[in-house]
Write a protein that binds this ligand. Structure first.
Ligand code: SF4
Ligand code: SF4
Length: 229
């Protein structure tokens, strides 16, 4: 990833969110789960965009407070797409000025296939360890983790926290697959399901990561993707 260019300069469009239609009703602000943090107010964000104060928005912390949950968009009577606008604003910030964890995680994902830089052997060890714990539970004695299984019905990506701090959540998915007799698999490489290219407005990075998943599906002959992010 080029460190000192913006995603926008790499070809990503600016946003189109119909901010000029805003009638300042404030419904978005009352629905927003993070409104008030550092005085964040999506209505004011939209007004600033409507007034053409783009550079101020790009430099501000506000666009990085938004979770891009989309709740405001569902309720806005004028159909203003605030989450799209937030992503567009983020895309205009220089990549090496994207907030730390997102920037580092995305760089790691592009270089290593996952946001944690987790080596393949450690990742596989964790998967087998979790599988072993599942086998200790009644009714799951025959459980096997399915890695790079050709012809499986489902390929499922893995959120990096599931092989880091939340392995219990990984068990839930796998136990459901097992109990349902599902044909499933996980990839041994490029398994990351969290695309911070999406959240940082980096379309080029997002394309790389999505493309890797597609290549895996084609190589394994799988038609269904479960992308639990
Ligand atoms: S809900 Fe829509 S119209 Fe109302 S203030 Fe927010 S963006 Fe503007
Ligand atoms: S998308 Fe952003 S602005 Fe809209 S409700 Fe969610 S956090 Fe608030």
């Amino acid at each position: 990833m080029t460190q000192n260019t913006t995603a926008a300069s790499a070809g990503a469009p600016a946003w189109e969110c119909d901010q000029d239609l805003c009638m300042t009703c404030g419904i978005c602000a009352s629905a927003c789960p993070v409104a008030g943090i550092d005085a964040y107010d999506p209505r004011r964000l939209v007004r600033m965009a409507a007034l053409g104060r783009t550079r101020e928005l790009v430099e501000a912390r506000w666009p990085w407070i938004c979770t891009m949950c989309g709740k405001c968009e569902q309720l806005c009577p004028m159909g203003v797409r605030i989450a799209d606008m937030v992503r567009g604003i983020r895309s205009l910030r220089e990549r090496d000025r994207v907030p730390g964890i997102l920037h580092k995680g995305l760089a790691a994902a592009l270089e290593t296939g996952n946001n944690l830089r987790l080596p393949k052997e450690d990742y596989l060890f964790i998967l087998e360890d979790v599988a072993g714990e599942i086998r200790e539970e009644p009714g799951f004695e025959g459980f096997q983790v399915q890695i790079d299984r050709k012809g499986a019905r489902i390929l499922t990506t893995i959120h990096n926290k599931l092989v880091n701090t939340h392995t219990e959540d990984l068990k839930h998915w796998w136990k459901i697959f097992h109990a349902a007799g599902e044909s499933w698999t996980v990839a041994s490489e490029n398994w990351e399901g969290t695309s911070w290219g999406y959240f940082t407005g980096d379309d080029a990075a997002m394309k790389v990561m999505a493309g890797r998943i597609l290549e895996q599906m084609e190589a394994l002959g799988i038609e269904t993707l479960l992308w639990p992010e």
